[in-house]
Write a new protein. Structure first.
Length: 492
């Protein structure tokens, strides 16, 4: 600055230009100050903040401790061994999250993972005078599927509440505001837009379809806090982040919360309808193989025993194209729709079976608590040895399945195939082939090829008669059934 002033005679317009710029900056600053009063985000935060709460949780964990000062000394270990490892103590583990008040008498909506398995819950409420008041809370109900929980405090009087909006009406690009308790910084406010809808995350701790994605900053401690639209209504519950990315936050649509809150409060859990099927998306190859026209749909890869679907006559290989008159978009759509149905209610399924449409009426069961569990990986079966006098087929050789053979009692025992299962046994798979790439292995039971049941080589040859470059297989392994499509290997 000194140089600028000292040399102003060489640059006569410089001081004037600076003065003009500074003058303009001053007017812009004044404009910014005057417009801040009408900033919609400011008004939203002022109205919403009293209904946003901070949640502190505590649980006890057992930690190993050593009462010996020289437990790492090898001589000490020689005389005392690892006896010192038997000493443990209870250590308090603390965590933080967010939530928001949904009823005047103190019901609070938050994430299940914020309060799951904790011993103590304390909720801090922002009072009208700016002070905080802390209440103990209890869990009324929780749902790990949607990662939602309702907790309850007992306030001295009525509390402010947040209005629940309509998350179905939210559009990508729409402005949203997040309020929460990231890293203990209470009532932090961030703003951004809805980046996308219907995002799916399937990770170790998160298994959910239908997230709202936002670039409003969400950090640890924001979990359970509200995502608000420009009308100050809750459209999502902030839930997950991708820690190695920026601007990638995820919120549960509030319409899902609306569907389950009454059940959580009344029963402590959500009562959901259950068909009792495993399903997969319909690929173009599957659509051709099973005679399905158009896009969408979900193919039934397995039907659970003594389930609503089995009693209604649903079969493996049925392609569900409509549920209660609505077209099935994909597996995620179908699963979410079934979850919203009431146990005991009747659902109408339109399916395609052997190229023909048919309608089935299904009276839904209640979803069992273990229904969300994913089957674990089964150990690799030992390679099947074919006897010298066995009869095999190499009809699927072009896809990497070198040999299949009819099911015998010996093969049934060897590969632990259920007594009521029928098909052809895969006994040799090329390790460098399309079949191996998708996970097909020796000992798998082949139920269907291109939508046809296969029990004999004649069945297999008829199913393969079109000589296509692709094939669709229904495979059973360890009692679970799945469908895969393979493309023929290209030859050099």
């Amino acid at each position: 600055m000194w140089n600028c002033v000292r040399n102003h005679r060489k640059f006569p317009g410089l001081i004037l230009a600076l003065a003009l710029v500074l003058g303009m900056m001053g007017s812009e600053a004044a404009l910014a100050v005057s417009s801040s009063a009408s900033n919609p985000i400011v008004n939203i935060v002022k109205k919403a903040s009293p209904a946003v709460v901070n949640i502190d949780v505590e649980t006890k964990a057992r930690r190993s401790i050593s009462p010996f000062p020289f437990d790492d000394d090898p001589i000490f270990r020689h005389f005392f061994g690892d006896a010192f490892r038997d000493f443990t103590r209870s250590v308090p583990m603390k965590g933080r999250g967010s939530g928001f008040i949904v009823t005047k008498d103190g019901q609070i909506l938050t994430n299940n993972h914020v309060v799951d398995g904790v011993d103590k819950i304390m909720v801090s409420v922002l009072m009208s005078d700016g002070s905080k008041k802390t209440y103990p809370a209890r869990v009324l109900g929780s749902d790990p599927t949607y990662d939602l929980a309702v907790i309850k405090i007992d306030p001295d009087g009525d509390l402010p509440v947040l209005l629940l909006g309509d998350s179905d009406e939210v559009e990508p690009g729409e402005w949203v505001v997040a309020i929460g308790n990231p890293y203990g910084f209470e009532h932090s406010v961030t703003a951004g837009v809805i980046s996308a809808k219907d995002r799916s995350i399937h990770a170790q701790d998160v298994n959910f379809d239908g997230f709202l994605q936002t670039d409003a900053a969400i950090n640890p401690g924001n979990s359970g806090g509200p995502l608000l639209n420009m009308d100050g209504q809750v459209v999502g519950i902030n839930t997950a982040i991708i820690p190695y990315a920026q601007g990638l936050g995820f919120a549960i649509p509030v319409n899902m919360a609306k569907e389950v809150m009454n059940d959580l409060v009344s029963y402590g859990k959500v009562k959901r309808g259950w068909l009792g099927v495993s399903i997969q998306n319909v690929t173009p190859e599957i659509a051709r193989a099973y005679g399905v026209k158009g896009e969408g749909g979900a193919i039934v890869s397995d039907v659970f025993g003594d389930s609503a679907a089995e009693r209604a006559g649903v079969r493996r290989g049925d392609v569900v194209i409509e549920l209660n008159g609505e077209k099935v978009k994909d597996v995620n759509w179908f699963v979410q729709k079934v979850r919203t149905l009431t146990p005991g209610s009747t659902a109408t399924l339109q399916v395609v079976r052997n190229g023909r449409k048919m309608t089935l009426k299904v009276k839904l069961d209640e979803r069992p608590d273990s229904a969300d569990a994913r089957p674990g990986q089964t150990p690799r079966s030992p390679r099947g040895r074919k006897n010298d006098d066995s009869v095999t087929s190499d009809a699927l050789e072009d896809f990497g399945i070198e040999e299949v053979t009819p099911l015998t009692s010996g093969l049934r025992r060897q590969f632990k195939i259920a007594p009521d299962s029928e098909g052809l046994v895969i006994i040799d798979v090329d390790s460098d082939s399309p079949a191996s790439t998708v996970g097909i292995r020796e000992g798998d039971l082949l139920h269907q090829v291109n939508g046809r049941d296969v029990r004999t080589f004649d069945d297999l040859n008829k199913a393969m008669q079109d000589k296509s470059d692709s094939v669709v297989l229904m495979i059973e392994r360890s009692g679970n059934t799945f469908i895969v499509s393979l493309k023929k290997e290209s030859k050099d």
